[in-house]
Design a protein. Structure first.
Length: 174
C-alpha cells in the first residue's frame, strides 16, 4: 500500500495598494486567491475541505512569483497569467474553469455562454455553482461572467470586488 503525502499549502497575505487578500500555492502552483479583505479563516476553511490534512505554512518566499503577477495585473500591466495553477475539482468544474480562462481580458460572458462553451447548454445553474467554487479568483477570471442581461451576479469575492476588477480591466483596454 502506497502512502500518500499531503501537499504543503504555502500562504501569504497580498497587501498591494487597496487590495488585501490571502493567496496560497502548493509546489505545483497557485491554488487559492482569497476574497478582498477576508480573514485567514477563509483560506483555512477552504484548505480543510480541498486539501484535508495538508499542512498550511506561511511563506512569502514561496508566493513571491504569484504576488508579482497579481500585482502586475492589479496595476493594469498584465492581461494574462503565466504562473502555474494547482486547482482541484470535478471534471465539470475543470471544464468551466478552463472556459473562464478563455474569456479575453476586458470582456464578459454570460453563464449561458459558458454553458454553451463547454457543450452543455442546459447546465446554466451547474455552471454558476462551478464558478462559485473557483478557488483562484482573478487568475481564473470568474469576475468576467455576468447575467444574460449584462447585470452583475454573485461573486465569491463580493460584488464590490467584481465591480472593481471589471473597471480595472475596462481602464486597461482604453
Amino acid at each position: 500500500m502506497k502512502s500518500q503525502t499531503k501537499p504543503t499549502i504555502y500562504w501569504s497575505f497580498l497587501d498591494y495598494k487597496n487590495w488585501k487578500m490571502y493567496i496560497a500555492a502548493t509546489l505545483k502552483g497557485l491554488c487559492f486567491v482569497g476574497s478582498q479583505n477576508m480573514p485567514l479563516e477563509e483560506l483555512a476553511e477552504w484548505a480543510k475541505k480541498r486539501f484535508p490534512g495538508s499542512p498550511i505554512v506561511e511563506s512569502r518566499e514561496e508566493l513571491k512569483p504569484y504576488e508579482i503577477e497579481l500585482a502586475e495585473y492589479l496595476d493594469g500591466k498584465r492581461k494574462c497569467f503565466t504562473i502555474p495553477f494547482d486547482y482541484n475539482g470535478s471534471d465539470f468544474q475543470l471544464s468551466v474553469w478552463t472556459a473562464l480562462s478563455e474569456i479575453p481580458y476586458g470582456e464578459t460572458r454570460s453563464y449561458s455562454e459558458i454553458a454553451h462553451a463547454i457543450n452543455n447548454p442546459a447546465a446554466v445553474r451547474a455552471v454558476g455553482t462551478a464558478i462559485g467554487s473557483n478557488p483562484i479568483l482573478i487568475t481564473v477570471p470568474c469576475h468576467r461572467v455576468v447575467g444574460k442581461n449584462g447585470a452583475l451576479k454573485g461573486y465569491r469575492g463580493g460584488l464590490e470586488m467584481k465591480t472593481k476588477l471589471l473597471e480595472l480591466e475596462r481602464q486597461g483596454i482604453r
